[in-house]
Design a protein around this ligand. Structure first.
Ligand SMILES: [Fe+2]
Length: 200
């Protein structure tokens, strides 16, 4: 049994609900990036020890769970509403549910809190960085650099499903430059490269 409402529990739910392995990897990548903003936010708030860890874990949970219902319920009528209803019924914190609702632009819920903004900002970018890594001969995130990502963002034919304007808006919501945001997320994903299947 995993600890209720912790990251291990969130990851178990993601894996239980998701047969598509790249969607599991997407959840893990978004979790790594979003968690890194939780660590930064904890620092900014002057939190240390268990309090800092708890905040970062909340961010990680939002990343792990933002698409956990997508494999079973991919339509905009159901995703992420079915997942959020399940999580609410099982006592997950409202701040996590709000962030999950706010990551999809059609829910009517806007990114407000720092967690909402971080999740929104990391979702499309994590997918884009994965695509950038997978076209490297090494298929490794360690070979992905900010300048190359910026170039690929301008290449309309590359990873067409990723909305560039959401990456730009995400950085704006976080109050940082797109370059800084890309650098932060590359570093976060490099720290979890093996689990993401993007090198060692
Ligand atoms: Fe996503």
């Amino acid at each position: 049994m995993t600890e209720a409402h912790g990251a291990a529990h969130a990851e178990a739910l993601l894996r239980e609900w998701t047969n598509n392995e790249s969607l599991v990897k997407h959840g893990l990548a978004v979790a790594a990036c979003t968690e890194s903003y939780g660590v930064r936010e904890a620092e900014r708030l002057g939190l240390t020890g268990a309090e800092a860890d708890k905040l970062a874990e909340t961010y990680r949970c939002a990343g792990l769970l933002h698409d956990f219902d997508y494999d079973r319920h991919p339509t905009p009528e159901e995703h992420p509403f079915v997942g959020v209803a399940y999580l609410r019924e099982h006592g997950w914190p409202e701040e996590v549910l709000h962030a999950i609702l706010a990551h999809a632009d059609y829910t009517g819920v806007k990114p407000e809190s720092h967690l909402d903004r971080a999740l929104f900002a990391c979702d499309e970018l994590a997918g884009f960085l994965t695509a950038c890594a997978l076209v490297k001969p090494s298929r490794s995130i360690s070979d992905v650099e900010v300048s190359g990502v910026r170039k690929k963002m301008k290449d309309k034919g590359f990873a067409r499903a990723v909305k560039r304007e959401d990456i730009t808006l995400g950085a704006e919501l976080l109050g940082i430059s797109v370059e800084e945001h890309i650098g932060n997320c590359i570093a976060a994903m490099q720290g979890k490269a093996a689990e993401l299947g993007l090198g060692t």
